[in-house]
Design a protein around this ligand. Sequence first.
Ligand code: EPU
Length: 307
Amino acid sequence: MDGSQKDKLRGIISSTIIFECSLKKYTSFSIGGPAECLILLDKKDELQPLLRLCSLENLPWHVIGRGTNVLVKDEGFAGVIIVLGKEFKEIHPGETRDGKKRSLMAGAGHSLTRLSALCSDYGFSGLEFGAGIPGTLGGSLVMNAGAWGGEMGQIVTEVTIETAAKKIQVTGEQLDFGYRHWQGFAKYKGQGVVTGATLLLESGAPEEIATTCRVLLKKRKESQPVHFPNAGSFFKNPAGDSAGRLIDSCGLKGMRVGGAMVSTVHGNFIVNRDHATARDVLKLMDKIKKTVKESKGIDLEPEVHFI
Ligand code: EPU
């Protein structure tokens, strides 16, 4: 990125811009080299000008959310990393026209954990599974995040996507979600940013919803690592089986490469045990894949996205 491009960015963005920004602080893995530029984008009306500028100047960009499901390479990212801030955290609780269901319009920058807590305050049921999922609403839609039998695709009715040129409301058949995947988003990849969504929820008793959230959080804390930085489940579950169970039954828990380790709590978590590099994680990933393939005949596919 040259000086004139930096000036142009400063000219259109009023919030924080950090050049040569280490991404360790912005990922739950605490791993990764520097981004040429990181923007904490607070203002909604600056997103489209930013996307237009990136397109004109051929600057790659990526929305990182809360950095919870990503592994950033040690070389870093030659482009603009966008974190959606203040104005992407609006929230409008409501109900359907017939008054039978509850609806929640929310900005993409909210964490799912926070949204799930707000839902229990409002007496809105359906997002309890999100308690403890640290990622943003936007990220959770793009990858159809889920837990305990619930997933985003079951409750979303409309998604707002903004590109350099327009704002699109995506509904109906285009909301075609699969396991940890939103097919319909593929055509916007690299061009569009999820900026908000509407969720369709049931009415419920706040106390009961809060209790369910507490129970699920407790289960999560008991079965998943909480003491070391990680990126959540590392691999997708293969059809009909569990990546964690497979990795565990291959005896790989506790295996280390450099500072990266297969969690001793849950086999499908790679943890940053001690100043791990992305290279450590990738080497460990390859070893896990190779062992599981050789002993179980199954190809594990990463759930974590690489930047
Ligand atoms: N298991 C083992 N050993 C292990 C880990 C798991 O034997 O080391 C067994 C468990 O005993 C259980 C089975 O494998 O019988 C499944 O494990 P678990 O209940 O922990 O669920 P999971 O399939 O590993 C999925 C999601 C999690 C989500 C949990 C709870 C994926 C890849 N992972 O995990 O999502 O929290 O269910 O619903 O779908 C995430 O996506 O980042 C994530 C954490």
